[in-house]
Design a protein around this ligand. Structure first.
Ligand code: BGC
Length: 758
């Protein structure tokens, strides 16, 4: 339906009908207006499976939903670093929605993993905004290819569950732009999600639902978003101002209460009717877009999607340690599978994303008929206390085997929507189990099921560690194929694993005081902090091992010097130098070594995943534009590139840069000057234009070393050239001026400054 047709429908609606269109008809549907042929549209969670509820609706995943397929959660899909694969997963979700009559699936969830403790980290993608936005974009592209909408969420800065409906995320402008907005920006601009879900929290004091700057100025004005904004369930705080700020649809229904407020506000002249019309038009645009492309032939093929969930899970597993090539294991060997999660994997988190899986494949399901694999439960789930009998049984089993694989991780009760973790540890009983098994069995491998980093006090005692994240309902099959070498692991960490919680940059401020949460670490989130501090981490961002090896050739640059209005392309050949087919994630970081701005050491600006058979070489290329070199400048409120050298670093993790190339980027933008009499003289000395005008006015050579200077004078000797330099550099102009021995007036200087400030 085109704009004119939509406008014509809106014109026919009564004020009451329009107001009711702006809130849900119930928990999961938009309002229908039968007399005008406006159908209701169903929305459902999201993000990694379809949680379609028929009755007993709730937004916390408490009541049952239809049987569906649980794909790996965001934590895992991000680790795949495979855009095509996640687009395929998105397309499957879109097809499921078409088959079930769902118009919008509520996801992807892209909030930055600021602290390892956030309860919903398992749903989120990364500590890095580029990864988050690229993976979200991939999922959106897939879902929407089936003419089903997405709702990228939770906009904005919803990085903890604690007091999520009242807390204010206090974030400075640059950090907001470079980290928290950036996680949404690329996906919104490139893939045009049909809807955006606004979060519960406040941003710098203003509720996200009422934040005109983010909902309208940035989202629509700058990024070109043309769908509708819906509230998170219950996120509306004051209906009329929220609507004015750009929040179109309130979910779920307010039982008519807020609709009446809208009607009254229009009647009393407090709300312009055009504002309401605009919101209705945006909602109808999407409702009809879906309705007009309903695919009545779509089928929800659960078994087929289970297979896809397995394929995705294969790439979401990250091999973190493989000493002595303990993995892959021999299929015929006597092996002990230990730990409850071997038979009952932990594969998803709690809350609104919780899927009612139609089936679950555990690792034990896949191997129990082989005859050479034994199983012991090892620990009781959800408790810290060791069950001595289970522990002893596991240790005995491990002793007799050739190798032990322990399936451990975080219990359900640790990771959920609604609350945050209070520490970064695994339950004591699991840590103890790993330690005791490793003490009797040198060939011990740990498989981890968790949605966010954990402390690993036993990491040096075991030979292998495989991070399986929350890998969805087919995770067991994927893990077995990796353990026994049918599949070569290729995931990389989309987040750093610090040694301990206290190392994390948000540690000092996380959760905040009352409702005030200050993001004082600024842009130094995750590896941006650890790298700057040269701090040792357990496993760095971007890290992940393979059963094969890769070599990188010397890269080629399309230009050694560019203006920031141009692009530069870097190409590198990657060769599989091992003996197995494998996939490699090639990561491109940009570093600004000469920057005058406080910046991270390097930032990820590109990645690509390629598959290579043994001996095979493929070329990977990245094209970088201004944004790859820029930081957010709060003076011009825009992205800015400092003229200077930049290093393009290519490698297989943020701590393993294989090769680097230098490019000089020249800024096409002149920053405004704000010179005053208080400006340090050194700042002016660095500005050739300023010196050209000021030098003739002042005797500024008085601190330069003269040929005939009497260096035997002890006092003069004490004032080293460096000290003189520093004193001059940091002296405000008004001070330097006093050295000009009255040869120039303050007015003359001020005129020059005014001219420079332009
Ligand atoms: C969650 C959203 C979810 C919504 C509907 C809220 O509690 O924060 O992510 O989409 O409920 O279930």
């Amino acid at each position: 339906m085109n704009r004119e047709e939509l406008k014509a429908i809106v014109a026919k609606m009564t004020l009451e009908e329009k107001a009711s269109m702006c809130s849900g008809a119930d928990f999961w549907h938009t309002e229908a207006v039968e007399r005008l042929g406006i159908p209701a549209m169903m929305v459902s969670d999201g993000p990694h499976g379809l949680r379609k509820q028929d009755q007993e609706a709730d937004n916390l995943g408490v009541n049952d939903s239809i049987k569906a397929v649980c794909f790996p959660a965001g934590c895992g899909t991000a680790a795949s670093f495979n855009r095509e694969l996640i687009t395929e997963m998105g397309a499957a979700l879109g097809e499921e929605c078409q088959a079930e009559g769902v118009g919008v699936i509520l996801g992807p969830a892209v909030n930055i993993k600021r602290s390892p403790l956030c309860g919903r980290n398992f749903e989120y993608y990364s500590e890095d905004p580029y990864v988050a936005s690229e993976m979200a974009g991939a999922l959106i592209a897939g879902v929407q290819s089936k003419n089903v909408g997405t709702s990228i969420k939770h906009f904005l800065a919803n990085n903890q569950e604690h007091r999520r409906m009242s807390s204010s995320s206090e974030i400075d402008e640059r950090t907001l732009r470079e980290i928290y907005l950036a996680a949404f920006e690329g996906a919104v601009k490139k893939e045009k999600p049909w809807t955006v879900m606004c979060s519960y929290n406040r941003i710098n004091g203003t509720y996200a639902a009422q934040n005109k700057e983010t909902l309208t100025d940035i989202l629509r004005g700058e990024w070109g978003f043309d769908g509708f904004v819906m509230s998170d369930w219950g996120a509306v705080n004051d209906r009329v101002p929220d609507l004015e700020a750009g929040l179109d649809l309130e979910m779920p229904s307010s039982g008519g209460v807020n609709d009446r407020l809208i009607v009254e506000a229009v009647k009393e002249g407090r709300l312009k009717e055009e504002v309401l019309d605009r919101a209705v038009e945006r909602i109808l645009n999407i409702v009809f877009r879906y309705e007009e492309s309903r695919d009545k032939t779509a089928v929800f093929d659960r078994d087929k999607d289970h297979e896809l969930a397995k394929k995705v899970a294969e790439e979401t597993c990250v091999l973190l340690k493989n000493e002595d090539d303990i993995l892959p294991l021999e299929e015929k060997a006597e092996i002990a599978f230990i730990g409850k999660y071997a038979a009952k994997p932990r594969y998803q988190g709690g809350g609104s994303s919780h899927i009612n899986s139609h089936k679950v494949t555990s690792a034990w399901d896949c191997v129990k008929d082989w005859g050479n694999i034994s199983y012991a439960e090892g620990f009781r789930d959800d408790v810290d206390e060791t069950d001595e009998a289970l522990l002893t049984e596991a240790v005995e089993l491990a002793k007799k085997a050739k190798a032990a694989v322990i399936f451990a991780g975080l219990p359900d009760s640790f990771e959920s929507e609604g609350f945050d973790r209070t520490h970064m540890r695994m339950p004591d009983c699991q840590n103890e189990l790993i330690g005791r098994v490793a003490a009797v069995q040198p060939n011990t491998v740990v498989v981890l099921h968790n949605g966010s980093p954990i402390e690993m006090p036993w990491a040096d005692q075991v030979k292998g560690i495989l991070e399986a994240y929350l890998g969805g309902q087919a995770v067991g099959a994927a893990v077995v194929d990796i353990l026994f070498g049918k599949v070569n692991p290729s995931g990389k960490l989309p987040e750093s694993f610090p040694y301990q919680l206290e190392d994390n940059p948000s540690y000092l401020y996380f959760l905040g005081e009352g409702d005030k949460v200050e993001y004082r670490e600024g842009v130094f989130v995750g590896y941006r902090y650890y790298d700057k501090k040269k701090m040792a981490v357990r496993f760095p961002f971007g890290f992940g091992l393979s059963y094969t090896t890769f070599a990188y050739s010397e890269p080629k640059l399309s230009a050694e010097r560019i203006r920031d209005t141009d692009t530069v392309t870097i190409r590198v050949d990657v060769t599989n130098t091992g003996s197995r087919t494998g996939k490699e994630v090639v990561e491109l970081y940009v570093s600004a070594p000469d920057s005058k701005v406080i910046r991270p050491v390097r930032e990820l600006r590109g990645f690509d995943k390629i598959e290579l058979s043994p001996g095979e070489t493929k070329m990977v290329s990245f094209t970088l534009d201004k944004r790859a070199f820029a930081y957010w400048n709060t003076d011009i409120h825009d992205w800015h590139v400092e003229s200077g050298r930049y290093l393009l670093q290519i490698g297989s993790s943020s701590r393993d840069i294989a090769i680097e190339q230098e490019v000089y980027v020249e800024s096409a933008t002149k920053l405004p000057r704000h010179y005053t009499m208080d400006t340090p003289f050194g700042d002016l000395m660095n500005d050739p234009e300023a010196m050209k005008l000021l030098a003739p006015l002042m005797k500024i050579d008085f601190l330069e070393k003269k040929e005939d200077e009497d260096t035997t004078d002890a006092a003069a000797e004490a004032i080293s050239a460096d000290m003189k330099d520093a004193m001059m550099k940091y002296m405000p102009l008004r001070g330097a001026f006093s050295f000009a021995s009255g040869s120039v007036t303050p007015q003359q200087i001020q005129e020059v400054l005014d001219k420079l400030n332009g």
